[in-house]
Design a protein around this ligand. Structure first.
Ligand SMILES: NC(=O)c1ccc[n+]([C@@H]2O[C@H](COP(=O)([O-])OP(=O)(O)OC[C@H]3O[C@@H](n4cnc5c(N)ncnc54)[C@H](O)[C@@H]3O)[C@@H](O)[C@H]2O)c1
Length: 432
């Protein structure tokens, strides 16, 4: 039985930049009837139930008891003191006439003092952060912030979604291998515990569901998975699946489904927002590169299809180009081959808007993690891989990147939660 969504849901965002301000502005604009929540599957997507002939296709939000957008309140942390209206103006994602209509609500949201260390994001120079002797002290200060936020805003429940900058690449190591070691590391200021992991620890320790929108490890280590089971907390990560990777996971399964070969896939991006500036540093880019590269290999499985994919050359670049701002341009050159090995090319030039694609993903992750908690699901929520570029999975299990399989898994999980028959498309009748 799922507990109903009564009262307010607090969505806590460490990192209140472009994605966070676009998300918050969007929810206010929707609640005021100014816009529609386009791109949010939880709000605008349908789910088929039963046989096709039954014609039951409710909206997902009418099928599962999600928190209503009017019951959502926002809070978060940043290293810059700007309120969220100012953050949205600086991000230059949304037009000023739109922001003016929701200005008072936006101005009322001010970030809390962050947990920050420049070692992990070299290109940022904020000053609004906490000071303490140990990382454990910082985690406790975040827990105190969470308790205060909940009380002040009269929230029934909370979730946290990391929308902070991408931190430098760190590999999972011994310090992340158990709760005891991680806690010891927090007390001893171990260098392999970045700020994102401190927030994640604080949230999961308190039973607050946590999603990671960036490619840094954060909750994707053994100790955090253990902690999420101990505190019965759902978690999901990592890295919002938006522009180029979204396209890749839509296109690659289709080419593979038709047994077309792929020789090369060169992806390059130019973007000029703060995210792009942070990713201009090679250590921060490395986190993103690792998160982006696994996708094709997993979908195409060259070991099973050597004739089609064994020579695949996959390259991903991101270049900081200020004039483009948040309007990222992603080019893909794909060298494919068909019947008798004859070559062809596909060129994609995706003129996208980074935060416009990411905001609904962050919203859905928050709403579905809150649902998962009320449905008593905990640990890694693999059914939310649909939204993630580098989905977190149980140890030893490869992630699933094909967006259509991810979608089926997500919808079937929702059907399962609500006691509806699963749809496998394997029925022996002719209704499919
Ligand atoms: N926009 C997309 O399409 C997309 C897709 C996938 C992942 N992401 C990731 O989402 C994250 C947010 O993207 P964005 O475009 O909003 O970036 P942004 O630079 O506009 O915002 C990030 C914010 O995080 C703050 N920050 C950095 N370290 C912090 C810390 N330790 N504590 C609190 N705040 C901190 C920065 O000051 C900044 O305001 C990035 O990591 C990005 O890689 C974005």
């Amino acid at each position: 039985m799922i507990k109903e969504s009564n009262g307010k849901l607090g969505i806590l965002l460490p990192g209140m930049g472009a994605v966070a301000s676009t998300l918050i502005a969007g929810v206010y604009a929707v609640n005021k009837g100014i816009s529609k929540p386009i791109g949010s599957v939880s709000q605008m997507g349908n789910i088929r139930l039963g046989k096709r002939t039954e014609d039951r296709n409710p909206l997902i939000k009418d099928f599962v008891p999600l928190a209503k957008l009017t019951d959502v309140v926002f809070g978060g942390w940043d290293i810059f003191e700007d309120n969220i209206y100012e953050a949205a103006v600086n991000a230059q994602v949304l037009d000023l006439p739109l922001l003016e209509q929701i200005r008072p609500e936006m101005e009322a949201i001010k970030p809390m003092r962050a947990v920050f260390d420049k070692t992990y994001v070299k290109k940022l120079d904020g000053t609004f952060f906490k000071k303490a002797d140990t990382k454990m002290d910082l985690a406790e200060m975040v827990m105190e912030d969470i308790r205060n936020f909940k009380e002040k805003n009269n929230c029934e429940r909370l979730v946290m979604v990391w929308c902070g900058s991408t931190e430098i690449y760190i590999q999972e190591g011994d310090i992340h291998s158990s709760i005891e070691k991680l806690e010891e590391g927090l007390r001893n200021n171990h260098p392999d515990i970045p700020p994102s992991m401190i927030y994640a620890y604080a949230a999961v320790k308190m039973g607050v569901p946590y999603a990671n929108g960036a490619p840094n490890l954060s909750c994707d280590v053994k100790a955090m998975v253990e902690l999420s089971k101990q505190t019965k907390t759902p978690i999901a990560g990592k890295d919002f699946k938006t522009g180029q990777t979204l396209m890749k996971t839509i296109l690659a399964p289709g080419l593979k489904a038709r047994s077309l070969g792929i020789k090369g896939w060169f992806s390059t991006n130019i973007l000029g927002n703060r995210d792009g500036e942070v990713l201009d540093d090679p250590d921060n880019f490395k986190s993103k590169e690792v998160s982006k590269l696994g996708v094709l290999e997993n979908i195409l499985q060259p070991e099973q299809n050597p004739d089609l994919y064994k020579d695949l050359y996959h390259k991903v670049r991101i270049n900081y180009y200020p004039p483009h701002g948040d309007n990222k341009e992603g080019w893909d050159n794909i060298d494919i081959f068909g019947w008798l090995g004859y070559g062809m090319q596909i060129k994609i030039d995706f003129l996208c808007r980074d935060s416009i694609l990411a905001a609904p993903v962050a919203l859905d992750l928050a709403l579905f993690l809150d649902l998962a908690k009320r449905a008593e699901l905990f640990g890694i929520q693999e059914w939310l891989s649909f939204y993630l570029k580098s989905p977190q999975t149980a140890e030893g299990l490869p992630p699933q990147h094909d967006i259509f399989l991810q979608q089926q898994k997500m919808l079937n999980t929702l059907r399962h939660i609500m006691g509806e028959e699963l749809i496998t498309h394997l029925g022996m009748d002719y209704y499919y």
